[in-house]
Write a protein that binds this ligand. Structure first.
Ligand SMILES: NC(=O)c1ccc[n+]([C@@H]2O[C@H](COP(=O)([O-])OP(=O)(O)OC[C@H]3O[C@@H](n4cnc5c(N)ncnc54)[C@H](O)[C@@H]3O)[C@@H](O)[C@H]2O)c1
Length: 329
């Protein structure tokens, strides 16, 4: 069996690729960025805006994990037109390419539990009514989810919608709260919490999340929606203190509360447990430790690489002064 992973060079997609390999499914990455985490799997370079390129990538594929997106909310806010083109029309291209290609009848779409932000109630599940979103990122993700469902009902493509909690772990993008805290702590800078830090989040360890994606290939998951979220509530204060406990000798400071800070809702992943047998296995403390180990390893590898570059340049008689003299005025 072969599965195409759009966005397979990214944070979550690369872990889905790992899990597919572990489960004996042959992955193919489709991404406009060359993979750096998995360089040993088949890779098709292209944009999901290019229908021909996506259609070509579907050749001999049995299932599609569609994760390519503009996933950073700040990038979405900076350029809503571009984000809409990738997140919405790009998804239509993926669906359309599937419709044109014999054999590919299964799509797993990666959405977010942020779609519940405006919903009523403190506990939400897949049956919770989702009101029109007040955030542009979630509106693009919901639009794409709806197109997957419409293609499934109208054109017979089996769609599984997964709503991911906040993922963390190795390969995470640096802008998220956990990477930002870890980077500051390792630089010896204090961790600043806005307010008293009692606001909580549910985080899901990225390898657990990726395993849930592969479990969504089960037949029972056809045309179903599942939340895949962590089962621990972690306050911002606990994150800072856990980072301090692992890294040591870091100040935790408290600043003014941010107005309108999201207080958090409990997202239930009961349906994924009942129907797919999925539950997160990695505790927050353990996942954080694994992330910090990975971060330290990457940092030390980079330092070694730069030291080798310095040594090579010095051997060629190049010094920092040369760059200083030739720098534009
Ligand atoms: N990270 C989160 O907090 C989070 C939470 C919930 C859901 N999601 C969703 O999960 C998916 C993966 O997110 P991520 O965190 O791994 O993001 P990421 O930015 O690490 O990965 C996205 C990948 O998509 C690729 N991509 C972007 N535009 C493309 C295009 N036009 N054609 C081909 N590839 C393109 C990027 O190169 C990148 O490799 C996204 O759909 C995102 O909306 C992310």
């Amino acid at each position: 069996m072969r599965a195409l992973v759009t966005g397979g060079s990214g944070f979550i997609g690369s872990h889905v690729v790992d899990q597919l390999v572990d489960h004996g499914i042959v992955p193919r990455i489709f991404d406009m960025v060359q993979p750096t985490f998995r360089t040993d799997v088949e890779y098709y370079h292209g944009s999901i805006l290019d229908l021909d390129a996506v259609t070509m990538a579907m050749n001999q594929v049995d299932a599609v994990f569609h994760l390519a997106a503009v996933a950073d909310v700040n990038e979405v806010a900076a350029d809503p037109h571009y984000a809409e083109s990738i997140n919405v029309r790009g998804t239509i291209n993926v669906l359309e390419a599937m419709r044109k290609t014999k054999g590919v009848r299964r799509i797993v779409y990666g959405n977010t539990t942020w779609v519940y932000s405006d919903a009523e109630g403190d506990v939400v599940d897949e049956d919770t009514l989702i009101p029109p979103p007040s955030n542009f990122y979630t509106s693009t993700k919901l639009a794409a989810e709806n197109y997957c469902i419409a293609y499934s009902r109208q054109f017979g493509i089996d769609a599984t919608i997964l709503r991911y909690g906040i993922p963390y772990g190795p390969r995470a993008r640096p802008a998220a709260v956990i990477p930002a805290f870890v980077e500051r702590a390792l630089a010896g800078e204090p961790l600043t919490i806005q307010g008293d830090g009692s606001q909580f989040r549910q985080f899901v360890y990225v390898e657990d999340l990726a395993r849930g994606n592969v479990m969504a290939l089960k037949s029972i998951a056809k045309n179903r929606v599942y939340n895949l979220d962590g089962n621990e509530r972690v306050t911002i204060r606990q994150i800072a203190e856990s980072v301090r406990d692992i890294i040591g000798d870091v100040d935790v400071q408290f600043g003014e509360p941010r107005p309108g800070d999201f207080s958090g809702k409990v997202v239930s992943s009961e349906r994924a447990l009942k129907e797919l047998g999925w539950a997160p296995q990695v505790s927050f403390q353990e996942g954080l430790r694994r992330y910090i180990d990975w971060y330290r390893e990457v940092r030390s590898r980079k330092e070694t690489e730069w030291a080798a570059v310095d040594a090579g340049l010095a051997a060629d008689g190049v010094t920092a002064g040369v760059f200083a003299r030739t720098a534009p005025k």
